[in-house]
Design a protein around this ligand. Structure first.
Ligand code: PEP
Ligand code: MG
Length: 574
């Protein structure tokens, strides 16, 4: 038996069988060929087969889905005439095998991209690498297809160095019970997929592949990041109990999903969802089932899937449709939060030393006012179709908020001048996701109707810890005392001005922290669509008055572990 500990990706417990997806070993040798023309024909035949399999994968994933679009992009790379003319030339002139020629060109392209610091271009370089590797696998007859085809067992946990979208789409979801990867942080593609499927994931588990073999029994507890290989009988017996408890809990969560959420002593807290990734928007009705509204609609995806800025009509169509589908429930639309880790090719963004501290979100919008007002007009118009609210991200000064509100008023005046239907009194809110905004929340509160605490960034900026960097993930702690003190301060300042306060970062759905949010007076929790039932269930398990009493003075301690222990004890006694 071997016990391993990685990062907690997605929660859930399973007792299953391991399937190892080893990185394919490609032959990169320079092999001479006698007939260059015949070798080019071999290359073209492999390209044809790979093109077909990409089309099939795209159809399976859904043409408009996020993964489907990745396969489309792969297809475009595969059809790049310049790149493949270069490969064919190399084969003909140097009489080398097709695999070697593809690898040569791949390496040249990688070197070209290597000096660039742009996240978007790096992603493209990664796509080119993936396409070339898959094409070489095709040339070398390395079998792809369903990795579970030869595996025994109905519940399988996949182990991989990393899982690309192409890897995950090939996995038979009916048998997939969990995922363990050596690479990746808690916001990786693996974790997002696992949460959507409702299965556990453990990520960042270095060295896992050296210890596991296909067919090994495996226990995975996603919430703890715990993986037990080849468990002994006693461990398995103890774990069976957890699995059963996990399944019972899931059933209880499902039952709560469409019920109103109150604490045991009747305090109502709205449970909203975060939307804005492709999946949640495509299946919007399912994502919103049972929730009180959308607490954070990330609008970036509207800008990311295009070659140019989306115009007012295109944005309005999306916002208005969502507002109508929500049938009176609130829809908080966050204005464009681009920059940082999210870059747009067509935006002509500057190269920056510290993109997370640079030209992003409201800073960029207040600079590119026509682009910003286009979005504001679309939001104002959607305001006539339902309970739409507008929210500004990354505010650090009162001047920024006041300027954003001025531009909102200008946008409303433009619509009014043209007689276009809109809501001139749309409620305005700000995200509290920087220490500056938290400290200024007493003043900000005088100018808005709601706050939404963006803890993902608030943790990052308070603790000076990159939220994407696995190496410092031990510092990226939701229970960091300074972060919790900021949240407490924001809640107090909000209450004083009668401003509603919500949380839309990942901490909103942290089970052990939910009593603390209730005790602090948070009015709304906005969570991943899959976690609505769990959040409502958790709220119903404790009394807010009792939580307030027990948590009094909790943040006076300087020690994160003390806070964690108290919160854990509290949820254990519920
Ligand atoms: C946050 O920072 O908590 C947040 C919700 O915004 P995003 O994750 O989109 O930066
Ligand atoms: Mg943020």
């Amino acid at each position: 038996m071997t016990e391993l500990k990685g990062l907690a990706g997605a929660s859930g417990c399973v007792d299953a069988v391991a399937v190892v997806l080893s990185a394919q070993k490609l032959d990169l040798e320079r092999r001479p060929v006698a007939d260059g023309e015949a070798e080019v024909a071999v290359l073209e035949a492999a390209r044809g087969r790979y093109r077909q399999s990409l089309a099939a994968l795209r159809a399976e994933a859904g043409e408009e889905s996020e993964t489907g679009k990745i396969f489309f992009a792969y297809g475009e790379i595969l059809d790049d005439p310049v790149f493949f003319a270069g490969v064919a030339k190399l084969i003909r002139e140097e009489l080398v095998c097709a695999s070697f020629a593809v690898e040569q060109k791949r390496a040249e392209t990688e070197a070209l991209f290597a000096g660039m610091d742009d996240a978007y271009l790096k992603e493209r370089a990664n796509d080119i690498n993936n396409v070339c590797n898959e094409l070489m696998a095709e040339l070398q007859g390395i079998v792809k297809g369903d990795p579970f085809a030869r595996a025994e067992g109905e519940r399988l946990v996949v182990f991989a160095e990393d899982l690309t979208p192409a890897d995950t789409v090939r996995l038979d979801k009916r048998r997939l019970a969990g995922m363990v990867t050596e690479k990746g942080g808690v916001t990786s593609h693996t974790v997002i997929l696992a949460k959507a499927l409702g299965i556990p994931a453990v990520v960042g588990l270095r060295g896992a592949l050296g210890q596991v073999a296909t067919g090994d029994g495996v226990l995975v507890d996603g919430a703890d990041g715990r993986v037990v290989l080849r468990p002994d009988d006693a461990t398995r017996a103890e774990f069976v109990h957890r699995v059963r408890r996990d399944e019972e809990l899931k059933a209880l969560h499902r039952a709560c999903r469409c019920e109103p959420a109150t604490t045991r002593d009747g305090l109502a807290i709205r449970v909203n969802v975060n939307a804005g990734d492709k999946e949640s928007v495509e299946d919007f009705a399912a994502s919103c089932a049972g929730c009180d509204g959308v607490g954070l609609f990330r609008t970036e995806f509207l800008y990311m899937d295009h070659d140019d800025y989306p115009d007012e009509e295109a944005q309005y169509a999306v916002y208005a449709k969502m507002a109508e589908q929500l049938e009176g429930r609130e829809l908080i639309i966050r204005t464009l939060d681009i920059g940082g880790d999210k870059q747009l090719g067509y935006m002509d963004m500057p190269q920056e030393m510290n993109p997370f501290l640079g030209y992003r979100a409201i800073r960029l919008c207040l600079d590119r006012t026509e682009m910003f007002k286009t979005q504001l007009r679309a939001i104002l118009r959607a305001g006539a179709k339902g309970d739409v609210k507008v929210m500004f991200p990354m505010i650090v000064t009162l001047e920024e908020l006041l300027r954003a509100k001025e531009l909102l008023a200008e946008a409303a005046a433009e619509l009014a001048a043209k007689g276009v239907e809109h809501n001139p009194n749309i409620p305005v809110g700000v995200m509290i996701e920087t220490p500056a905004a938290a400290l200024l929340s007493d003043q900000l509160a005088k100018h808005v109707s709601f706050f939404s605490i963006g803890s993902n960034d608030l943790i990052q900026y308070t603790t000076a810890t990159d939220r994407m960097n696995e190496k410092v993930s031990y510092l990226y702690q939701p229970c960091n005392i300074s972060v919790l003190r900021f949240i407490k301060m924001v809640c107090e300042n909000a209450k004083r001005e009668g401003v509603q306060v919500g949380i839309c970062g990942e901490v909103a759905s942290e089970v052990e922290l939910i009593p603390l949010w209730a005790a602090l007076g948070v009015d709304e929790l906005s969570v991943a669509p899959a976690l609505v039932g769990q959040t409502k269930y958790t709220l119903g398990r404790f009394s807010a008055a009792e939580a307030r009493r027990q948590l009094e003075g909790l943040l006076d301690t300087g020690l994160i572990d003390e806070v964690k222990t108290t919160l854990a004890r509290l949820s254990a006694t519920e």
